[in-house]
Write a protein that binds this ligand. Sequence first.
Ligand SMILES: NC(=O)c1ccc[n+]([C@@H]2O[C@H](COP(=O)([O-])OP(=O)(O)OC[C@H]3O[C@@H](n4cnc5c(N)ncnc54)[C@H](O)[C@@H]3O)[C@@H](O)[C@H]2O)c1
Length: 250
Amino acid sequence: MRLQDKKILITGGASGIGLASVERCLEEGASVVMSDLATSKGEALAKELDAKHSGRCLFIPADVSSTTEVDALLNKMQQELGRVDGVFNNAGIGGLAPSTEVTDEDFDKILQINLTGVFRVARAALKIMEKQDSGSIVNCASILGVFGQSQTAAYTAAKGGVVNMTRTLALEYASKGIRVNAIGPGYIDTPLLEALDDELKQFLIGMHPLGRLGRSEEVANAFLFLVSDEASFVTGAHLMVDGGFTAGKS
Ligand SMILES: NC(=O)c1ccc[n+]([C@@H]2O[C@H](COP(=O)([O-])OP(=O)(O)OC[C@H]3O[C@@H](n4cnc5c(N)ncnc54)[C@H](O)[C@@H]3O)[C@@H](O)[C@H]2O)c1
């Protein structure tokens, strides 16, 4: 078991990449806190997984755009499980619109969840990990954290911010035994892509040299590696899980 006895938090855990990561961590022996804004869905999924994995899955609701809720989430996790060994800062939303039509509110909402939300969760986790002298945080960035794409100004700004903030947190907390990394998924077949029409999906498939969209489990496996002790000398990295999308770009 690669995560035996580890206590791991996954935000946005009730869907897509987050849910696949919850499942992989449970399979590898971890106790997992699944957190999400979607409370009833999360509770139902966690109850099922808890029964399947001998009481190792707990749902704690939280909106990552609220500091109060995020601090309460980490406090509750520490109370219930005693420690926080790993975090997947995965909660996020999409946003596709011509930039001239994006209001301040639209822009702020994406940044609040996809960038400040990542910082909030990391900050609350780091306060606990500092006292433990250990921990591993993995932030979900994107291929759009390193390349631009039309009509995604707020999303690309947020994901670019996540990539560079990851490096800063990695430097700042390395001496405390805490590693901080990011994952850069290509287009992954999750509910986040539901809004895209078939023509756009086909176009996006064509941009991945492996000739398909990614699967949530493929990102979950990268998270599993980064959060585990197998990645003990990896910090400040942005691991691309993108079917070759970025390989031909510079
Ligand atoms: N799917 C892709 O193609 C793709 C590509 C690159 C990066 N990503 C990133 O992967 C992460 C997961 O995306 P996904 O594709 O699994 O999406 P998804 O929509 O399937 O899951 C996202 C989850 O986040 C939750 N969430 C949304 N806002 C929240 C908030 N304010 N507080 C707490 N939870 C909230 C949702 O309820 C949902 O359960 C996101 O950060 C996304 O930006 C996805």
